[in-house]
Design a protein around this ligand. Structure first.
Ligand code: KIV
Ligand code: ZN
Length: 511
């Protein structure tokens, strides 16, 4: 029998690789999913929801690979209430050390009548049948009545009872459209505990979306009402406004131990690294004022605050930055630093590169050290992210050269290495240097798309700082994000465009 209410251990169910990947522009390939999964294992999440295997062959393969490699967490596959989806989910996770299947089916009147076109009776039957089908494969089965917070409570109780009777060991209550507020959500959970006769046989979970900015508040509020699993994502990424942010939930539980008597298994010192990795790989920028992991989260600007911090850190800091893995040192390496010091510092920052990646990263570091006197941890992070980005390229940027100024037409020439290893080159004119570079690349790659967003920021202070460019391109109704970093912002722009194009090409191949 599940302990649910009696235990004070909260299960952290991470859905960065599934709901997080549903963020507009954040599609991930298999290698990228594996990189994130390895970091989630270091972070010690309890469950990794690795994907929705029926959605595409790429997702099926990614969940299989995560299941084979990651041994320290349960690996979960999502399935809608359909026999083939459940069978495919099992196929994807069957080699995991601790596999889980997560079946979902909408239960709100809005979804049942407009989307599913099914009656209540049909939904109840399908719930029982599909949970039982999953249970035929394994013990650890989760069920979610989608849009639970807009479901008529009496019917919701019946759906949950049916799922538990059929063998669900976790029942997840999703606030699919981010509609509820803490008081209302707590009352709903109380109602579930009071009215579902077999509720003690399952762990109750929540999955909150952030449309009203309440995902974390809603997730935390229901713990005192018996919920013992929270579904969340790194940096709070996810469908529309995203999901509850893992780092905010975990640090709230830890910082306010006086109020929350709950524990998690999370190694909080891995939080910052996870945040950077997810941001770099998905291309989803973390806003500077984002709680816990934003660039300003531990920066003190006003004189009074700085004075307080210098006298006693806790005057204006409720968390120690070291607890989330933010290294205290600013200046670390320079031109004369050797490969060993470089490797050790990367390891201290949480990066373990293989020999090939280390070799490339060290070469890039030496090139950077020639241009920039002081190399900070942020520079190193940008540099390693750049290396990890180049892993799954179809086209690789070999060279870019521009000529521009206020008299004359901006001109760019570009050399790329194509999928078959041959070098191809072309040139183009543009309205500005970036436009010229993008046009030259388009002539070579030939995939129509529209640039819909372009932003550039510097990684650190100073004239010699690395510039990081983030872009979004659109092709059909899908968007793809790209990132690139260099001390030359035109080169960074070209890298960002190649990164986005490679994602678009990978998606085309996957489709
Ligand atoms: O938001 C949602 O309802 C979901 C379900 C699949 C759990 O993501
Ligand atoms: Zn969701």
């Amino acid at each position: 029998m599940a302990k649910s209410k009696d235990s004070n251990k909260v299960t952290i169910f991470d859905t960065t690789l599934r709901d997080g990947e549903q963020s507009s522009g954040a599609a991930l390939n298999i290698d990228e999913k594996l990189d994130i999964a390895r970091q989630l294992e270091k972070l010690k999440v309890d469950v990794i929801e690795a994907g929705f295997p029926i959605a595409s062959p790429g997702d099926l393969e990614a969940v299989r690979r995560v299941s084979q490699e990651i041994r320290g967490c349960s690996i979960c596959a999502l399935a809608h209430a359909n026999p083939k989806a459940v069978d495919t989910a099992w196929d994807a996770v069957k080699n995991a050390r601790k596999p889980r299947i997560h079946v979902f089916l909408s239960s709100s009147e809005i979804h049942m009548s407009h989307q599913l076109k099914k009656s209540r009776e049909q939904v109840l039957k399908l719930t029982g049948d599909m949970v039982a089908r999953a249970k035929g494969y394994l013990d650890d089965v989760e069920f979610s009545p989608m849009d639970a917070t807009r479901t008529e409570p009496g019917f919701l109780y019946k759906v949950i009872e049916t799922a538990i009777d059929a063998g669900a060991t976790t029942v997840n209550i999703p606030d699919t459209v981010g509609y509820t507020i803490p008081q209302e959500f707590c009352a709903l959970i109380d109602g579930i505990f009071a009215n579902v006769s077999n509720i003690k046989k399952a762990v109750i979970s929540v999955h909150c979306h952030n449309d009203l900015g309440l995902a974390v508040a809603n997730s935390l509020a229901v713990l005192d009402h018996g919920v013992r699993q929270i579904e969340c994502t790194v940096n709070g990424i996810g469908e529309r406004a995203g999901n509850a942010s893992l780092e905010e939930i975990v640090m709230a539980l830890r910082t306010r131990k006086d109020l929350f008597k709950y524990t998690t298994r999370i190694d909080t010192t891995q939080i910052y690294k996870a945040s950077r990795l997810v941001s770099d790989i998905t291309g989803m920028y973390v806003q500077p004022n984002k709680a816990i992991v934003g660039a300003n989260a531990f920066r003190h600007e006003s004189g009074i605050h700085q004075d307080g911090i210098l006298k006693e850190r806790t005057t204006y800091e409720i968390m120690d930055p070291k607890d989330v893995g933010l290294a205290g040192s600013v200046l670390t390496l320079g031109k004369l630093s050797g490969r060993h010091a470089f490797k050790v510092r990367l390891e201290e920052l949480g990066y373990t590169l293989n020999d090939e990646e280390l070799k490339r990263a060290f070469t890039a570091f030496k090139e950077l050290a020639d241009k920039k006197k002081e190399i900070t941890d942020r520079d190193l992070e940008a540099l390693v992210a750049e290396e990890l980005r180049t892993v799954s390229e179809m086209y690789h940027l070999e060279q870019v050269q521009v000529s521009c100024g206020d008299h004359g037409v901006p001109t760019a020439s570009v050399k790329l290495v194509g999928p078959d290893g041959t070098t191809i080159a072309d040139a183009a004119l543009g309205t500005g240097p970036v436009d010229a570079v993008y046009k030259a690349i388009n002539r070579l790659v030939g995939v129509p798309n529209e640039l819909i967003e372009f932003s550039v920021k510097s990684v650190t202070e100073g004239i010699d700082a690395i510039g990081e460019v983030t872009i979004r391109i659109q092709s059909g109704n899908k968007t793809y994000t790209g990132r690139g970093a260099s001390t030359d912002i035109i080169v960074a722009s070209a890298k960002a465009y190649m990164n986005a194009l490679n994602r678009l090409l990978a998606a085309m191949e996957k489709a």
